[in-house]
Each structure stands twice: as structure tokens, then as C-alpha cells.
Design a protein around this ligand. Structure first.
Ligand code: ADP
Length: 448
């Protein structure tokens, strides 16, 4: 401020000096010229100063940092200050915007849906996940009342509750009877009357829960049946004075039920082991020939038992000579259980005297397949997709009679998945069935 005053003063003095000199040279009235010179200089100063002030003011109106006027003096200091302040403000606005963008993209990336509602339950913002879950449009439906867009009575009733504690589960936007989609919605209040809706796809969770319930019910049922039979026999043995021959018959029947329960428990343990253990490594090599030999003797033993003196099944092996030395890479116990399940099934579901063929082949994509085909009753097409479900049986009583647990093919499928392979089933009623294990190229090799 002092420098401004000094500059004004020096210009006045300079003007007065010029006026005075002019009066001396022209022999005019000196005091008048001195005053006029000072006045003119003062006026010039005011004009110049106003012009500079005008430049600063019009720049401040625009607020464009790039066109800030460059000048010195008081107005220069003022515009510099203003420029710095503007720059800081722009930086903090940019930072705020960036933070908001990061925050919104984090919410966008969330697997859960988020909808922000204002005090009138109108949509302020929603992420794409919520839009997909609820069938709303993240831009078009902004400022729409959520109750007008979502008409599900479950949702309407939920929104009517003042402080809901639990989330509500309702049908999702893409829900179809053939492919259900279940969405959980939870409401939270925040700010001044605003609300936050959090949505989550719980379809898989509900399905897993339903599967768990079914599984427990199935296991209980499977165990209860032999237990009921056994306790019936025990009661008979305790209450009736039976002949030794009858006693033996009952004890044999009880033994059969005990074996059945044992088989069921073993299969359950196998399944839980398969689910809980890491994927088999590629270090253990199992000679295919020895695997087949072990399964063959088991199948022949079962066939002899079922034949009861009649001619047993014909079990034939067809292995391409180049594959005689093949080795599988994986878990011996699991692979043996998978193959033996297929062979024993073939024996159990093929009438005595029927034929069972085991064919080992290499496919064009270097995968190795082991196909077990039989001349049994075959399976109707509608059952094929469900055969690998736990406890699924085409003919319940037949499966039980032959000692089946309903878990065999579930185990086979699991084992194959763990080895990166697959199980394919083809069958025709009255024509027999073919169960094929396919191992990818990395899961087998030929030893020299
Ligand atoms: P189970 O212990 O009942 O045999 P699996 O899981 O091994 O259970 O098989 C499921 C169902 O698939 C069986 O109950 C049977 O109906 C059918 N099945 C399996 N293998 C054969 C086969 N080789 N021929 C005909 N049906 C079969």
C-alpha cells in the first residue's frame, strides 16, 4: 500500500516538475502550471490504475488461470494471489472429483448392489450390479420412486417397515421358473431421511442350502432303512424262540444290512475326502494295466457271486497295443474307485451271462479314454443328466438289492473333475449303456 502511495506521489511530483519547467520555459504563471502538471499526472495515474484494475476484474470474472494478467505493483500482487487461490481451489476440486470417481468405481466394482435413495425414496444413484439385480436403469431411473419401479409385494412390504432388522429375499429381475434368481435386499437409513439399499445374489447360497438339506435328508433316509430292518430282526430274535436255521437266516439278513450301511458310510467318507483334499498332483504314476487288473478281479468276483452257479458275465478288455504301457498321473485310490464303480455297476445292472467290454483308446486330441459298455437294461434318456447326482437312482429297489448306495457315479464324476477329465454317459433302453472316462493329455503318459 505504501509503495502504491509512493508511486502516486512520485508521479504527482514528476507532473508538477514538468508543469513547472513548462511555465519557466514559456514564461508562464508557475504555480498554475505546477498545479496543472500535478493534476494531469494524478489523472494519468488514476486512468492507468483503473485500466489495470479493470483487466484484473475481467480476468477474475472469467476465472481462467491461463489468461491471468501479468503485471507488477499492487494489482500484480492481487492477481498473483488470486491466481494462487484459484489454482489451489481447482486442485482441491479435482482431488475431490477424483476421490468421488474412485469411490463410485469401487462401489461399481463391488459384487453387491448399492442403491442410494433420497428422503422421498427416489433413486439418487445405483451401481450396475443393483441395476441388474433389480431391473432398474442406473441413469434413466434416477429420481424415480423405487416403489414405483419395484412392484414385488415382498419388497413393498419390506419398504413399509420402519426399521427392518433382517434383509428380505425376493425374486430377482432375471428370475425364471426354469432358472431361479434370488436377491437379498437390505435397507439402511443414513443422513437426513436418506436410505441405502444393499442387494446380493443369494441364488447359489439358497441352492447350496437346499442341497445340504436334501443331502442330510437322503443320508438319514438311507441309514434309517437298514437300521429299521435290523432292529426289527433283533426284536424278533429277542422275543421269539426260533430254530437255529431261522436264526441263521435272520442273522444273514442283518449282516446284509450292516454291509449296506458300511458301504454307504464308506462312500460318504470317500465323497467328503474328495471334497476336502487338494487336486491330485502329477507326480504319482499308476500303471493302467495294474489298475485294470485290480478292477477286473473285483468285477469277476461280484459276477461270480451274482451268477450263483450260472455262467457269469463275459468281461472283455480291448486295449490298443501302444497303450499297454500307459500310466495315469494322479491319485491311485481315487482312480481305482472310479473305474471299479463303473465295472461293478456294469456287472450289477447287466443280467448274468451278459457282456461287459472295457475299451482303452487314445483320441486325436491326445486324451485317453476308458469306456465301460454293457449289454444291460440301459437307461432312459430323461435319467441320463441326473445320474451323477447324489442318491439319484433310476430303479431304487434294484439299486438297493444289488448293494448300491446311489453315490457311485457322484464319486466317479468328482474324481474325474479333480483329474481335469470327464465322465460321459450314453445309453439306450434295452440296448445297454456306455460309461466313458476321459483323461486329458497331461494326466497320462506311456513309459518306455
Ligand atoms: P447305485 O449305487 O445306485 O448303483 P450309482 O451312482 O452308481 O448308484 O448309479 C446311479 C444309478 O445309475 C443307478 O441307481 C442305476 O439306476 C444307474 N446305473 C448306473 N450304472 C448303470 C449301468 N451300467 N446300467 C444301467 N443303469 C446304471
Amino acid at each position: 500500500m505504501i509503495s502504491r502511495f509512493l508511486s502516486f506521489l512520485s508521479l504527482l511530483v514528476f507532473g508538477a516538475a514538468i508543469g513547472y519547467s513548462w511555465a519557466v520555459i514559456g514564461d508562464k504563471q508557475q504555480s498554475l502550471y505546477l498545479l496543472a502538471g500535478a493534476l494531469l499526472a494524478g489523472l494519468l495515474w488514476v486512468l492507468l490504475d483503473s485500466w489495470r484494475g479493470y483487466r484484473v476484474r475481467s480476468w477474475l470474472r472469467q476465472g481462467d488461470l491461463a489468461t491471468a494478467p501479468q503485471m507488477d505493483g499492487w494489482w500484480g500482487v492481487l492477481s498473483d494471489r488470486a491466481r494462487k487461490l484459484l489454482r489451489e481451489r481447482e486442485r482441491s476440486i479435482a482431488m475431490g472429483e477424483q476421490r468421488l470417481k474412485d469411490f463410485l468405481s469401487a462401489i461399481q466394482a463391488s459384487p453387491n448392489g448399492v442403491v442410494m435413495l433420497d428422503a422421498n425414496a427416489q433413486i439418487e444413484w445405483s451401481n450396475l450390479t443393483a441395476a441388474m439385480h433389480l431391473g432398474i436403469h442406473p441413469e434413466r431411473d434416477v429420481m424415480q420412486r423405487v416403489g414405483n419401479l419395484l412392484r414385488d409385494p415382498v419388497f413393498t412390504a419390506y419398504m413399509a417397515v420402519e426399521q427392518p432388522m433382517e434383509p428380505v429375499v425376493m425374486a430377482g429381475h432375471r428370475h425364471r421358473v426354469s432358472s431361479p434368481v434370488r436377491i437379498s435386499v437390505q435397507r439402511h437409513r443414513y443422513g437426513e431421511g436418506k436410505q441405502l439399499l444393499l442387494t446380493r445374489d443369494v441364488t447359489m447360497l439358497e441352492q447350496a442350502e437346499a442341497m445340504r438339506r436334501d443331502f442330510v435328508a437322503n443320508v438319514s433316509h438311507e441309514i434309517r432303512t437298514p437300521l429299521t430292518v435290523m432292529s426289527g430282526f433283533i426284536e424278533t430274535l429277542q422275543t421269539l424262540d426260533l430254530e437255529a436255521q431261522d436264526q441263521n437266516r435272520y442273522l444273514n439278513l442283518m449282516a446284509t444290512q450292516a454291509v449296506r450301511m458300511q458301504g454307504l458310510v464308506e462312500d460318504l467318507l470317500t465323497l467328503s475326502r474328495l471334497e476336502g483334499s487338494p487336486v491330485p498332483n502329477f507326480v504319482n504314476s499308476i500303471p493302467l494295466a495294474s489298475l485294470l487288473a485290480a478292477c477286473e478281479s473285483e468285477a469277476r468276483g461280484l459276477s461270480d457271486t451274482l451268477a450263483k452257479g450260472e455262467s457269469p458275465h463275459v468281461i472283455a478288455f480291448d486295449i490298443h497295443p501302444t497303450l499297454a504301457q500307459a500310466e495315469l498321473l494322479g491319485e491311485q485310490r481315487e482312480l481305482q474307485s472310479a473305474l471299479s464303480n463303473l465295472l461293478t455297476n456294469a456287472v450289477r445292472y447287466t443280467p448274468v451271462g451278459g457282456r461287459i467290454d472295457v475299451r482303452v483308446e487314445q483320441a486325436a486330441d491326445a486324451s485317453l479314454s476308458i469306456a465301460v459298455s454293457d449289454t444291460g437294461a440301459g437307461i432312459a434318456a430323461e435319467h441320463l443328466p441326473r445320474l451323477t447326482e447324489r442318491f439319484y437312482r433310476v430303479d431304487r429297489s434294484r439299486s438297493r438289492e444289488s448293494g448300491g448306495t446311489g453315490l457311485g457315479l457322484a464319486i466317479v464324476k468328482h474324481v474325474m473333475q479333480r483329474h481335469g477329465g470327464s465322465l460321459s454317459i450314453t445309453s439306450e433302453l434295452e440296448q445297454g449303456s456306455c460309461f466313458k472316462l476321459v483323461f486329458p493329455a497331461k494326466r497320462w503318459r506311456i513309459t518306455d
